[in-house]
Design a protein around this ligand. Structure first.
Ligand code: ACO
Length: 427
């Protein structure tokens, strides 16, 4: 395999180094191209641009492979736990038993939030979307933890990781409680991370909270599936914001905002809203397939398609099975699941979707599980954020440890050329 590429432009040849990753991916390094030639490359949406070298997550969209630090998502989601996978993503290796126990205990030590944070929460109307509240509260954590993480100290990084993992589920649950007008819950440190998170969300003051192990297991698996996904929109946001040496909480707050959009994490909410709309409209799946295919109709089949997966989304396969299991174990028959399956069957055979390689993505089925677990639609993307947090942290740390330069893309200017200013009375 050649270790250089040649670009010919305007009669001149430029040699560009070629790099090969550990999974044999090939990248042409254009870092010095502009310096040598004055030319930039143009790639809106970064569809074909690698912004960094990363050793965290590997995914092959053509083959439907997703691996965290070399371990397959299928194996991790079956055998591991959310916190164990978080340790793996952030620190690079699976923890020993002692490391895992210490990690869990250290996260629990961070399960208190300043009471003053409640004043900020109180300022939001109940109608505020929980993702907006979560982004604002995450940013506000900076004010209560103003000392920036010393990225040269392993201890400081470890403490920041525990702090972030400890506090984020609490403010996530508080965003939900605020939207429901419910009193806020505090952590119960006798519970594991995911069980505690469910309790934070759902415990009501008048009743004892009983942990349902089936529900907690399903939730833990869902969180694992969401933990990282290399340079997606929100993660790229976290890295770019952090590249200006903005703090960890500020960078994660920006990641929450990026995740909120319906083309990214917000799709899980949009999927359920779409399925409910189809149900209300008489369940005519074919009608919505036609709408999705119509170039003059802005409607898209939410939960279908992915920027990287052009085969299948391996997470969707696991979640589809988990949705069946959860509904069965809870004895729920959800008509929406039937519509989802019908939609998937029709779409997967339809030439339009086949040609464009549009398959169900992670969000297509996750919403159905969240619904079965009693989580309101508006909270779906918050659940995604809680799952994605370890990935954001791992990527932020990697970016700082690799001493990456500030993220600052170029552009091709296509506006007006230089012209004289015209006084207002002459325009
Ligand atoms: N329904 C109907 N048509 C679609 C869909 C869809 N869900 N997704 C893509 N297409 C079509 C486009 O109209 C386009 O058709 P054309 O070539 O005739 O113009 C073609 O497929 C390619 O689509 P792009 O938008 O160029 O693909 P891109 O990689 O930019 O977008 C995205 C990927 C944003 C995920 C897109 O498929 C989409 O909007 N899906 C629905 C939203 C969704 O489920 N998002 C969650 C993604 S997973 C995640 O973020 C966790």
């Amino acid at each position: 395999m050649s270790n250089k590429a040649i670009l010919e432009y305007d009669g001149k040849k430029y040699e560009l180094p070629v790099l090969v990753g550990t999974e044999d991916e090939v990248a042409i390094d254009i870092e010095k191209l502009r310096g040598q030639s004055g030319i930039i490359t143009l790639d809106p949406g970064f569809k074909n641009t690698g912004s960094c070298k990363s050793a965290i997550t590997f995914l092959d969209g053509e083959k439907g492979i997703l691996q965290y630090r070399g371990y397959t998502i299928e194996e991790l989601s079956e055998k591991s736990s959310f916190i164990e996978v978080a340790f793996l993503l952030i620190f690079g290796e699976l923890p020993t038993k002692a490391e895992l126990e210490k990690f869990k205990a250290d996260i629990k030590k961070e399960s208190m939030i300043s009471e003053e944070m409640k004043n900020i929460l109180d300022g939001f109307p109940r109608s505020a979307h929980p993702m907006g509240v979560l982004s604002a509260l995450t940013s506000a954590l900076t004010a209560f933890n103003p000392i920036p993480v010393n990225v040269n100290s392993k201890e400081a990084i470890y403490n920041a990781v525990c702090k972030t993992l400890g506090k984020f589920p609490i403010i996530s649950a508080w965003a939900y409680r605020n939207s429901q007008g419910l009193p806020l819950n505090y952590s119960d440190n006798s519970l594991d991370y995911t069980a505690n998170f469910m309790r934070l969300m759902f415990k009501i003051p008048t009743e004892k909270y009983v942990v349902n192990p089936a529900v907690v297991k399903a939730m833990d698996q869902l969180l694992i599936l969401h933990e990282d996904h290399e340079q997606n929109c929100s993660t790229a946001t976290v890295r770019v914001v952090g590249s200006s040496h903005a703090g960890l909480f500020a960078s994660i707050s920006a990641g929450v905002s990026a995740l909120w959009g319906p083309l990214h994490g917000g799709a899980n909410q949009a999927v359920i809203e779409m399925l409910e709309a189809i149900q209300k409209d008489g369940g005519d799946v074919e009608k919505y397939i036609l709408k999705a295919k119509d170039p003059d109709d802005p409607f898209r089949l939410m939960g279908f398609g992915h920027r990287v997966y052009k085969n299948f989304d391996p997470r969707a396969k696991i979640i589809k099975k988990a949705a069946d299991d959860v509904l069965e174990s809870l004895g729920i028959e959800d008509p929406i699941l039937k519509i989802a399956k019908h939609l998937e069957d029709v779409a997967l055979k339809d030439e339009y979707f086949v040609q464009r390689k549009l398959y169900p993505n992670v969000d297509f089925y996750s919403g159905i599980i969240y619904r079965a677990l009693g989580i309101p639609t508006e909270m779906f993307t918050v659940m995604f954020a809680v799952g994605r947090l370890p990935g954001w942290i791992a990527q932020w740390i990697e970016m700082r440890e690799n001493k990456e330069p500030i993220g600052r893309p170029r552009q091709l200017y296509v506006g007006a050329t230089k012209r004289p200013f015209v006084e207002v009375d002459k325009r």
